[in-house]
Design a protein around this ligand. Sequence first.
Ligand SMILES: C[S@@+](CC[C@H](N)C(=O)[O-])C[C@H]1O[C@@H](n2cnc3c(N)ncnc32)[C@H](O)[C@@H]1O
Length: 241
Amino acid sequence: MSSMYKEPVYWDNRYEAERAVPGGYDWFGTYRDFAELVRREIRPGTRGLVLGCGNSSLSVDLHKEGVSPVVSIDYSPVCITEMARKHAGIPDMRWLVMDARQLTFPDGSFDLVIEKGTLDAMMVGERDPWRVSPDTISLVDQVLSEVSRVLSPTGCFISITFSAPHFRTRHYAQPAYGWSVSCDTYGRDFHYFLYTMRKGRELTTFDLERGRSLHAPPILPETLPTLAENDDEEFLKNIQI
Ligand SMILES: C[S@@+](CC[C@H](N)C(=O)[O-])C[C@H]1O[C@@H](n2cnc3c(N)ncnc32)[C@H](O)[C@@H]1O
């Protein structure tokens, strides 16, 4: 992803251009690809919030699963105007222009919050996933703090991304959010990651350690022993391919 994805004007222009295209564009696959992983979190009466909905079908798919209401937010007014127009007849679906860093909902308003590619779009400026800048750490923390606040005490946050656990879990594994973290993958040739954060559950010792590493100086790969320096086992010579 290039850094232009961080700018609201990029998304406005993109959704303006896609206005005439039927359907929409779904980042990281469609609902069908990961439906089983989301269904396990849906109960009768689940109230849902989609962060950075774009023109994806995810909000409508959740509504079809029985999530009600489904509130979808995006900071692109063009996107929200178009999605509200397209889905005007569907009851219990709301489309709001809102920044994920500053949600205007009262505490505990939702049982399920879900985002797909929205946090990724916020992290695009980063050149090195091992050394995330303090600005981006703080930006992601603003969103996660808001998500934790609007979730009910037993609610669940699902985050769908291409970012692997060694880079992403440490952002989610902060005790302040009051949730546990688990990770599943989906996809055939290329795997995407679906993180599930459950409120009211404890982080594991391993995840707490990962969370602490977000603020600690990274152990950079170049400071670790390499095979060339420390190859006592000579295993490369013994591999029979
Ligand atoms: C990569 S797209 C993903 C769209 C959709 N979720 C999907 O799965 O196809 C990222 C979306 O996040 C929105 N977005 C980025 N930063 C945001 C923020 N701070 N608040 C609300 N929406 C944001 C963009 O406008 C864009 O629609």
